[in-house]
Design a protein around this ligand. Structure first.
Ligand SMILES: [Zn+2]
Length: 128
């Protein structure tokens, strides 16, 4: 009798209803994967810039300094990204003075007849 009662107590349940062990395992797996997916989505939503870029390290390094207070700024403080073909322009906030600095990922040329900059990476890609 005690053995039967023990087995009855160890039977998996959901909201006081009996379910099979296989069903409980499936349910736990589903809940686990939903938790993992939500954690990943949360992590990605905090990042504004996701993916790969073709960058010129020298150009980025040259612009990673606040124009107002002359302190270094960090790419982790990117507020906005403007994509122009293969080039990008990051709008990075200085944590010291809240100034927004525009950091291009490629050099620009002034060969444009219009008033906007032409990025080298786009020009070289188009010319081959
Ligand atoms: Zn600053």
């Amino acid at each position: 009798m005690a053995e039967r009662q023990q087995r009855w107590l160890s039977q998996p349940r959901k909201k006081e209803q009996f379910i099979t062990a296989k069903r409980k395992q499936w349910r736990d797996n589903c809940l686990g994967s939903v938790k993992k997916r939500r954690a990943l989505e949360k992590a990605y939503s905090r990042q504004l810039v996701v993916g790969r870029r073709a960058v010129e390290i020298g150009t980025i390094a040259q612009h990673l300094r606040c124009l107002k207070c002359d302190l270094p700024i960090f790419l982790e403080n990117i507020e906005k990204e403007t994509r122009i073909g293969l080039a990008s322009e990051f709008h990075v906030r200085c944590k010291n003075c809240n100034n927004i600095v525009q950091v291009p990922t490629s050099k620009t040329t002034t060969k444009s007849t219009k008033n906007y900059p032409v990025y080298d990476v786009n020009l070289k890609t188009a010319l081959g």
